[in-house]
Unconditional design. Structure first.
Length: 144
């Protein structure tokens, strides 16, 4: 707009977000506190690392598994974009995430499985993450 290349601002009519709105962003100290409570090899640690190292939504973390891994990359079409843009997320599996996957008892079609070896539902995984955060005394943290 300042360079007079546009006649109308593409941001016209968009309200500015209020400061402090939205979900809490975990601090490095909170991640360390969670990891101290949930050791390598635990489902809780794997859930956190899948979120941290992939940026996937909880709904996609619930379904991601070995079928999404190829040549050191995680490739998945996120559920939220599958009907709209059809974009495929391609994320390198960093060594920290690979170490966590290797150390954890996982399922095949879903890395994260319940005690009955079934994939979590999205709501079930959300509830379990709430429990894992509470166990680590991180009552204000969520996987969102």
């Amino acid at each position: 707009m300042e360079a007079q290349l546009l006649a109308l601002s593409p941001c016209a009519g968009i309200e500015r977000l209020k400061s402090g709105s939205g979900f809490h962003t975990w601090t490095p100290e909170e991640v360390a506190q969670y990891e101290a409570h949930h050791p390598l090899g635990s489902k809780a640690r794997l859930a956190l690392h899948l979120a941290l190292f992939t940026g996937l939504r909880l709904s996609d973390i619930a379904i991601v598994g070995r079928q999404h891994v190829k040549d050191g990359w995680l490739k998945i079409r996120p559920g939220k974009t599958s009907q709209s843009s059809g974009v495929t997320a391609e994320v390198p599996i960093l060594s920290d995430l690979q170490e966590t996957i290797d150390a954890t008892e996982t399922g095949d079609l879903a890395f994260l499985v319940t005690d009955w070896r079934r994939p979590f539902t999205v709501d079930g995984l959300g509830n379990k993450m709430r429990q894992w955060c509470d166990q680590a005394k991180l009552f204000h943290c969520t996987p969102h």
